[in-house]
Design a protein around this ligand. Structure first.
Ligand SMILES: Nc1ncnc2c1ncn2[C@@H]1O[C@H](COP(=O)(O)OP(=O)(O)OP(=O)(O)O)[C@@H](O)[C@H]1O
Length: 241
């Protein structure tokens, strides 16, 4: 199996001493990887570095073997990201928003735009302005923009944050559909344990800026009653070390 993402000895320390410490992990092609940790654990910091939006103090991130830090254009060629929030232009329609993003990609035509609207379930709202969209629809429009160029890897920061039950179900379905039908690899951060359990096939726990453990969800559930039990026991264990 090909390595989609390699995070290698990543360090980033803010002036207040917080940040991430010697983070290393590998995500295989086809994984839906859940990056699980409480608020302030360091998830967004790691993802900003992965997307090339922030420089690490040391270490690097490779995507399909290309270094985000040293070969940015080549590394990002196969990546779509939504970091922090899915931004759209409120006074433009769903179609107009995607048309604007499509300018970056010479081979994205109107057919592909419709395809992305269909995959994300917003084709019926193609000509409605984004400001009228619910948070869930805005998130899905963000995903539609992120998949326009058919990226092999999607990096999503807290994609379920703030969504209601229906919004969460839609987003989870969308992630699984893209994974199964298009083979898209996902790197998803979340603090929602139950949701990671239902969505991700592999889980990495980050706590206090350090990676505590990485496991397949199936293996965790074979040994623990729930992902939450595993999370608590791993965090306890790391606090004792
Ligand atoms: N620009 C900054 N300057 C100083 N400290 C920062 C900065 N950005 C983040 N931090 C601190 O670094 C730590 C990690 O933050 P980060 O945003 O990566 O965590 P997170 O896991 O994404 O949390 P959340 O779910 O709250 O976004 C936190 O303690 C945070 O307060």
């Amino acid at each position: 199996m090909d390595k989609a993402i390699e995070i290698i000895n990543l360090n980033k320390r803010y002036s207040n001493g917080r940040g991430i410490i010697d983070l290393s992990l590998t995500v295989d092609e086809g994984d839906i990887f859940g990056f699980l940790g409480p608020n302030g654990a360091g998830k967004t910091t790691a993802m900003k570095i992965m997307a090339g939006l922030m420089r690490p103090d040391s270490g690097e991130v490779k995507i399909f073997g290309k270094s985000v830090q040293h070969e940015y254009v080549e590394a990002m060629q196969h990546v779509g990201c939504i970091i922090e929030t899915a931004e759209s232009y409120p006074y433009l329609t769903a179609y107009e928003n995607l048309k604007l993003f499509a300018r970056y990609y010479p081979d994205v035509d109107d057919r592909r735009i419709d395809e992305c609207l269909e995959i994300t379930g917003i084709l019926p709202y193609k000509h409605e302005k984004a400001r009228k969209f619910s948070l869930g629809m805005k998130q899905r429009l963000g995903v539609a923009a992120a998949i326009l160029s058919r990226p092999k890897v999607l990096i999503l920061d807290e994609p379920l944050n703030g969504l209601d039950v229906e919004g969460m179900l839609d987003m989870r379905k969308l992630i699984k559909r893209l994974n199964e039908e298009e083979g898209t690899t996902f790197f998803i951060s979340s603090h929602l344990i139950h949701d990671v359990e239902l969505t991700c096939n592999r889980v990495g726990i980050i706590y206090g800026g350090k990676l505590v453990d990485v496991q397949y969800t199936q293996e965790i559930l074979a040994n623990y009653a729930s992902l939450e039990n595993y999370f608590v026991s791993e965090v306890d264990r790391s606090a004792r070390v």
